[in-house]
Ligand binder design. Structure first.
Ligand SMILES: NC(=O)c1ccc[n+]([C@@H]2O[C@H](COP(=O)([O-])OP(=O)(O)OC[C@H]3O[C@@H](n4cnc5c(N)ncnc54)[C@H](OP(=O)(O)O)[C@@H]3O)[C@@H](O)[C@H]2O)c1
Length: 241
């Protein structure tokens, strides 16, 4: 989507971190914003800052709330699914409830949102869906139980949609960031290579929205390293039992 000015964007996961920074950058481009998340106070404060923006409080894990919000949102040219949840968890500390919660926010929530918006887009033969995934989708990584599998599902869904929507006028894009300094990563105790600010990451997402390319992985060269790791045979990556 080259020209953003005057177009309407429904941004889901706008109250914090990457989404909050992205909302500001999309507003600077002249977009009309509909901002969603659970925290109404944070959304209202952001809307006060960004003229013309309106808040639609919504929990993506509640399909009724998502359908209601989509009806209230009305016309949209661009939908960005940025909602995400992450709890570092290794297999030895298995927590079924936490894994399912991560799956619901990172993957099932996107299913609810796409299900609510796609009929409108297909009816108009127009519209763009941007899914914020993660480099963690490319290979099972230590401590990413719950998060990695849900992002892998999101990646797979985006790849399928890309094929199925060819010729429909509706576009889907997948944007996979590396590490960003937000509340999500605040609990990571390991060193995060090429850690970005939310503003830097939002700049990457904005450029991805403007391009025709289906997939954007960033930052380079960290994303190249992760993609290369994903192509290596298991025997090279995981030694021992
Ligand atoms: N931080 C990183 O290193 C990193 C790396 C790769 C990918 N990502 C992805 O980037 C996206 C943004 O992450 P972030 O780091 O900016 O995290 P964040 O600061 O925690 O923001 C996550 C956003 O998702 C919203 N959200 C969470 N659960 C929700 C729910 N049930 N219903 C509706 N909204 C919900 C949050 O709002 P409320 O709490 O108000 O609901 C918030 O606006 C996520 O998809 C994440 O997986 C992040």
């Amino acid at each position: 989507m080259k020209d953003l000015s005057g177009k309407t964007c429904w941004l889901i996961g706008a109250s914090e971190g990457l989404g909050r920074a992205l909302a500001r950058q999309l507003h600077d481009q002249g977009m009309v914003l509909i901002l969603s998340a659970r925290n109404g106070a944070r959304l209202t404060a952001l809307c006060d800052e960004l003229s013309g923006a309106r808040a639609l409080v919504m929990d993506v894990t509640d399909p009724t709330a998502v359908a209601r919000a989509a009806a209230e949102a009305g016309h949209a040219d661009l939908v960005i699914y940025n909602a995400g949840a992450y709890d570092p968890m290794a297999t030895g500390a298995w927590d079924t409830g936490a894994i399912l919660r991560m799956s619901e926010v990172n993957y099932t929530g996107a299913v609810h949102v796409i299900g609510a918006i796609l009929p409108q887009f297909l009816g108009r033969n127009a519209g763009e869906i941007v899914l914020i995934g993660s480099l963690a989708a490319y290979r099972g990584l230590p401590g990413a139980l719950g998060y990695g599998p849900a992002k892998a599902a999101l990646r797979s869904m985006a790849e399928t949609m890309r094929h199925d929507l060819r010729g429909s006028g509706v576009a889907v894009k997948l944007v996979n960031p590396g590490f960003i300094r937000t509340r999500l990563t605040a609990r990571n105790s390991f060193r995060m290579p090429m850690l970005m600010t939310p503003e830097q990451a939002a700049g990457h997402v904005l450029r991805a929205i403007r391009k025709r390319r289906f997939r954007t992985d960033f930052p380079v060269p960290f994303s190249w390293a992760i993609r290369a790791l994903a192509t290596l045979p298991d025997v090279v990556v995981w030694r021992g039992r």
